[in-house]
Write a protein that binds this ligand. Structure first.
Ligand SMILES: Cc1cc2nc3c(=O)[nH]c(=O)nc-3n(C[C@H](O)[C@H](O)[C@H](O)COP(=O)(O)O)c2cc1C
Length: 183
């Protein structure tokens, strides 16, 4: 069993890595990283996701191109990533859909966020760098990967051996983001 301190260390060690070496991610590591996503909790155990694992470098290049902001170059680093995991939102199951309607809250977005973090934490535990990407040309990527028009692509996660140094976390002060017993 992983200790509490080790768990927090892992959470802090995970960072958005935007520079990768050529080294391939080993198949067993990748399998565990995907499994961490698949094992994520979801409202009514709906699992409203499909993880499209992209390891073909030509497709990685095309997705990188479709995710790069042309003026700033944001996300151009994706072309160095040996693996991309594209998370497609699938229809939630009946109970989750009913719950979402009654509570006016789309649980499937929350579910996908949790699965994404599970993937990144498992990657960190495996010594693999990751970055969650929310800015991309969804239409283009649907075309590249044959994803039906009716589906939304919520997130892309890049994976690879990182060449970035560890950074200290920049977070809002605790007294702004945490309170006890009252808002
Ligand atoms: C939903 C979401 C979307 C994000 N989109 C991008 C993105 O398109 N490009 C990028 O470089 N980083 C992206 N990030 C990474 C954030 O910038 C990063 O998590 C944040 O600055 C905190 O830094 P850290 O992950 O290193 O702790 C995204 C993160 C999340 C959770």
């Amino acid at each position: 069993m992983i200790g509490g301190k080790e768990m927090l260390d892992l959470i802090i060690r995970r960072q958005s890595d935007r520079k990768y070496s050529d080294r391939q991610v080993e198949a067993d590591k990748l399998e565990r990283i995907i499994e961490a996503g698949r094992m994520a909790p979801s409202a009514c155990n709906s699992q409203p996701w499909k993880f499209v694992v992209v390891n073909d470098s030509r497709l990685v290049d095309q997705i990188a191109e479709a995710s790069t902001e042309k003026i700033t170059g944001m996300n151009s680093f994706l072309r160095q990533a040996p693996i991309l995991i594209v998370i497609v939102r699938e229809n939630p199951n009946f109970s989750s859909k009913v719950g979402s309607a009654i509570k006016n809250k789309d649980y499937s977005h929350i579910d996908i966020g949790i699965a994404a973090e599970n993937i990144c934490l498992q990657a960190a535990a495996e010594g693999i760098g990751s970055c969650i990407i929310g800015w991309f040309d969804e239409k283009q990527i649907r075309k590249i990967l044959g994803i039906p028009f009716s589906k939304r692509i919520e997130i892309i996660i890049s994976l690879g051996y990182s060449l970035s140094d560890h950074r200290d976390k920049k977070r809002k002060p605790k007294d702004l983001t945490v309170s006890y017993n009252r808002y």
